[in-house]
Each structure stands twice: as structure tokens, then as C-alpha cells.
Design a protein around this ligand. Structure first.
Ligand code: ATP
Length: 423
């Protein structure tokens, strides 16, 4: 993906802009771009997408770094899906989809989810705005919030969109595969009604309390067939252990029956319209558990992680840590033979007090560990974790979760980085 030309913008999210692009041999594709300095989520998405291959997940084509307007841009290239999002399609269709179309799209989303879950990935942000459609095809997109589940433990960091969160996620307990199934249920409600699962709630904090603690369930749309209602009820089981898995849902009679797909694709397609700019429906990424609730105005929230990400800034991404910048590096632990992945964070302007040090270590650790887990899930690899003595740079190489060191800030690193303690 070296030679291509950026075309018109086709979509904007909170973290990136998506453009239509043309390769040197005339192929059209989509490029999701963010400034390199703030592309951590996009890079994480690249790591996930590059490992996946399913007709129900948007297809990865490559990535590169370009310089545009004197700024380095990180570009994730993927197939272009001309119909836009399912959210757009619902609006174009007059605010609701007929059951044959709901069934068709649901079937494909469940197939995509089953594929992700078999690969130990939780999408964490299933909603109509993250499903791309074209004619009779639906594909899961936007893996920016996705997480790799290791072993039987569900993720304890929480991401996603408040109104689509499952009760256990809203309570900040865990976010496993079951949470994607709940969000699928909410997406079916969107398709059937044109609205969200909790139409009467209009702020994220109320949504989280209601979902997590009221014991209520979203209303099942009355116009759905009995099979459709039953399918939805299996997605919206309060107890995640009782919720059906994607694999089970694939055998549900709602997906088995062939309602036919003779709907007018013209109506579902058409040019994408802009998405609602509504905090309640926007995603946020990785607040720690126990969960910190979003601010009322806030979309992207005042979680400690977000605050600190902003504080430190991500100003360098390089295959070689910039150790010349600060000569006094401390290797916290290393058994490295070969460098596999490198992530460097630096900010010359930050005062290097203990708090900032801890914050930097923690932020980098959480991002990098997720990144690394996603890349090398089954391998035991060499690793290195280094900190400059002035605490202005942190460097990770490869993937070990343990730190053993006599470093004076070891306690900070250990407790703040690896025990998921809020700071
Ligand atoms: N492959 C694609 N083909 C066509 N349009 C796309 C494609 N990928 C994304 N888009 C458009 O770009 C928009 C933004 O993309 P995306 O949701 O991936 O960005 P984001 O910054 O991760 O969003 P979010 O705010 O949910 O984090 C989408 O809503 C969609 O309209």
C-alpha cells in the first residue's frame, strides 16, 4: 500500500477520518487515517484486522505512514464498502428495516461475531454505526475498541457505547464475548425501530445506571415475528452466562428460516448520510474497572486513562527507541534477542515527577500490552521494557507481563501498570 491517492472523505469517527482512495493500478479502497501522534487506536485496529480474514469483517489491505501538510499520518487501508453504515441504511429506509432484511443482516453479523469470538476477540462496540453494508452484505467494522480475551477471563477494561452496553459491562464488572451478543440485540432493536434500546434515556450516565442496576430489559419491538422476538430475547438475557453464544444463535430458527432477500437494495444503499453526533451513542475506549462513569456532557469522558493519554501525548512512534534523547535508560527487565515491536512515548515538556512517571508507565503499559497480546497471542516472546531515568520516555519491546527490577520506581510500575489500579 505504498502508492495511492487520497480521494473524498467518506466518513468521520471520533478517532479517525475515512477517505476513498485509489491505488496506482486504479483499485478503489478506503483509508482510515489519523495523525501518527494520536494513532494508537488505529494501530491497534490494524493489528487486529491484519490477522483476520472473513467475508463478514471488513477486509484489511495494508497500512502505511504518509506525510500530509507536513504531518505524519498513519493510514489503515481496507476494502471500500460503498453502502456506508447500517445506521445510514436504516435512516435511508425510513427509520426501520423489514424483517427479511433484519434477518439477512443479523445472520451475517452473527457469523462475523462467531469468527471474532473463535479468534478470542471481543469487538466491544457492536452497533449499527460500526456495521458496513452494501446491498445484501453486512460487514463488521471499527475494531478500535476490540480486545483479546486471554484464557477464560473476560476483559476488565471497559470500552464501547453506553446505550449498547450489557448490564455486566455497565456495572464495570467484565466485558466478554457475551457483551457483543447483548450489543447485537441492541442493534436488532435499531434495525426494527430506528431507535436505540433505551429510547427514553438521553444521557450516558443515566443509561449506565439504568442498564446496570435497574434490572430492566430493553423493550422487544412488537412488530417482530415470534421467532425474531425469541432470537432477540436470547441476546438480551440479563445474566451473561445465560445469553446465547454466536454459535448457538447461528442455529436459532430465526436465522434458519429463509425469508428471502428480495428487498430493494437501492433503498438500503444510496449515498451515506452523516451520523448523529450524540454523546449517548458515541464510543469510548478502555476506562479501567471498576468503571468510571462518563461525564454528562462527555463522550470521551474523563476517565483517568483518557486524561493521562492527553497529558502525556503520543509524540513518537518508531522502530528504534530514541535513546539519544535521554542517555540514562534503565532496563526494567529484558531477555531480548531480537526486537519485535517497539513503542516509544516521549514528551520533552512533561515535568518528570513521580505521578507523571506512574501515569506514563501505566498508560503505555495498558496500551502496549493489549497491542502485544493481540499480535502474539500464542507465543512466548522475548521482551524488553525500558524507562529513561528522567521518566520522559518509556519503551516496550515485545511481550512480557512481568517486571522484575531494582528500579526505584518499580513499585509504581508494578502496581500502576500491571494491577489495573485506577490512578
Ligand atoms: N471500509 C469503509 N468503507 C466505507 N466507509 C467506511 C469504511 N470504514 C469506515 N467508513 C465510514 O467512516 C466512518 C468512520 O469510521 P469508523 O467508525 O471506523 O471510525 P472511528 O473513528 O473508529 O469511529 P468511532 O467514533 O466509532 O470510534 C464510518 O461511520 C463509515 O461511515
Amino acid at each position: 500500500m505504498e502508492h495511492w491517492t487520497r480521494g473524498p472523505t467518506v466518513g468521520r469517527g471520533s478517532t479517525a477520518t475515512v477517505s476513498l482512495a485509489t491505488s496506482s493500478d486504479g483499485e478503489r479502497f478506503a483509508v482510515k487515517s489519523a495523525e501518527l501522534s494520536s494513532s494508537a487506536l488505529l494501530q491497534k485496529e490494524q493489528c487486529f484486522l491484519s490477522k483476520l480474514g472473513s467475508p463478514h469483517i471488513v477486509k484489511y489491505l495494508g497500512y502505511n505512514v504518509s506525510i500530509e501538510n507536513n504531518k505524519p499520518m498513519y493510514n489503515l487501508c481496507m476494502e471500500y464498502v460503498p453502502g456506508g453504515t447500517l445506521f445510514d441504511a436504516i435512516r435511508r429506509r425510513g427509520g426501520r428495516l423489514e424483517e427479511a432484511v433484519i434477518q439477512l443482516y443479523t445472520h451475517q453479523i452473527v457469523q462475523g461475531l462467531e469468527y471474532l469470538h473463535v479468534n478470542k476477540l471481543v469487538h466491544c462496540d457492536i452497533k449499527s454505526q460500526n456495521i458496513l453494508v452494501t446491498g445484501e452484505t453486512a460487514k463488521i467494522a471499527d475494531l478500535g475498541c476490540a480486545k483479546l480475551v486471554q484464557g477464560v477471563e473476560a476483559c476488565t477494561t471497559i470500552s464501547g457505547t453506553p446505550v449498547f452496553m450489557a448490564p455486566e459491562v455497565a456495572r464495570g464488572e467484565e466485558q466478554g464475548f457475551e457483551a457483543d451478543i447483548w450489543a447485537l440485540g441492541c442493534t436488532i432493536i435499531e434495525m426494527a425501530t430506528g431507535g436505540g434500546p433505551w429510547p427514553e434515556i438521553n444521557d450516558p450516565v443515566s443509561a449506565l445506571y439504568r442498564i446496570g442496576f435497574s434490572g430492566e430489559l430493553p423493550e422487544i419491538p412488537s412488530q417482530l415475528s415470534s421467532k425474531g422476538k425469541d432470537f432477540l430475547s436470547k441476546c438480551l438475557m440479563k445474566d451473561p452466562r445465560e445469553r446465547w453464544t454466536a454459535k448457538q444463535l447461528l442455529d436459532h430458527p430465526f436465522l434458519e428460516q429463509h425469508l428471502g432477500s428480495k428487498f430493494n437494495t437501492e433503498q438500503v444503499m444510496g449515498s451515506p448520510i452523516s451520523v448523529l453526533d450524540q454523546g449517548l451513542w458515541d464510543s469510548f475506549e478502555a476506562s479501567e474497572s471498576p468503571m468510571e462513569l462518563p461525564s454528562v456532557e462527555g463522550v470521551c469522558l474523563n476517565s483517568p486513562t483518557e486524561r493521562i493519554k492527553k497529558l502525556i501525548g503520543f509524540s513518537t512512534f518508531s522502530n528504534v527507541p530514541n535513546r539519544e534523547f535521554d542517555e540514562n535508560w534503565c532496563t526494567v527487565r529484558s531477555n531480548i534477542d531480537e526486537e519485535i515491536e517497539n513503542f516509544v512515548v516521549s514528551n520533552n515538556n512533561v515535568v518528570s515527577d513521580e505521578e507523571v512517571f506512574a501515569a506514563k508507565s501505566s498508560t503505555v503499559a495498558s496500551i502496549v500490552l493489549e497491542e502485544i497480546e493481540s499480535i502474539h497471542c500464542d507465543e512466548d516472546l522475548d521482551f524488553e521494557f525500558m524507562i529513561s531515568n528522567s521518566a520522559t520516555e518509556v519503551s516496550f519491546v515485545s511481550n512480557n507481563l512481568e517486571i522484575e527490577s531494582d528500579h526505584p520506581n518499580f513499585d509504581f510500575i508494578h502496581s500502576h501498570c500491571f494491577a489495573s489500579i485506577l490512578f
